[in-house]
Design a protein around this ligand. Structure first.
Ligand SMILES: [Zn+2]
Length: 91
């Protein structure tokens, strides 16, 4: 049946998209649930990574790089640590 191949391709595409979206939404809700910087500081007594102890961090926006809501992750092991809101509007 020559119809089978395009159907399989389309089907694979939809399943693939669905998996990607699910993974992305899961990651987004995990990020939204991250503690604030103050809460993180309170529970771990320092801003160092709770997983590997590194104090090197990288920061990025929640939705895109200009998002005011910032996520801070460990630069060494990539664990997402906490979030904060950038209020000043610079950069
Ligand atoms: Zn780490």
């Amino acid at each position: 049946m020559e119809l089978a191949i395009p159907v399989v391709i389309i089907f694979t595409f939809f399943i693939g998209s669905f998996v990607m979206i699910s993974l992305h939404l899961g990651q987004m809700s995990a990020r939204r649930a991250l503690p604030s910087r103050d809460a993180y500081l309170q529970q771990s007594a320092s801003l160092a990574c709770s997983k590997c102890g590194s104090s090197e961090q990288r920061e990025f926006g929640l939705d895109d790089q200009h998002d005011q809501k910032r996520i801070v992750a460990c630069a060494a092991c990539n664990k997402e640590l906490f979030q904060f809101r950038r209020e000043d509007g610079t950069a």
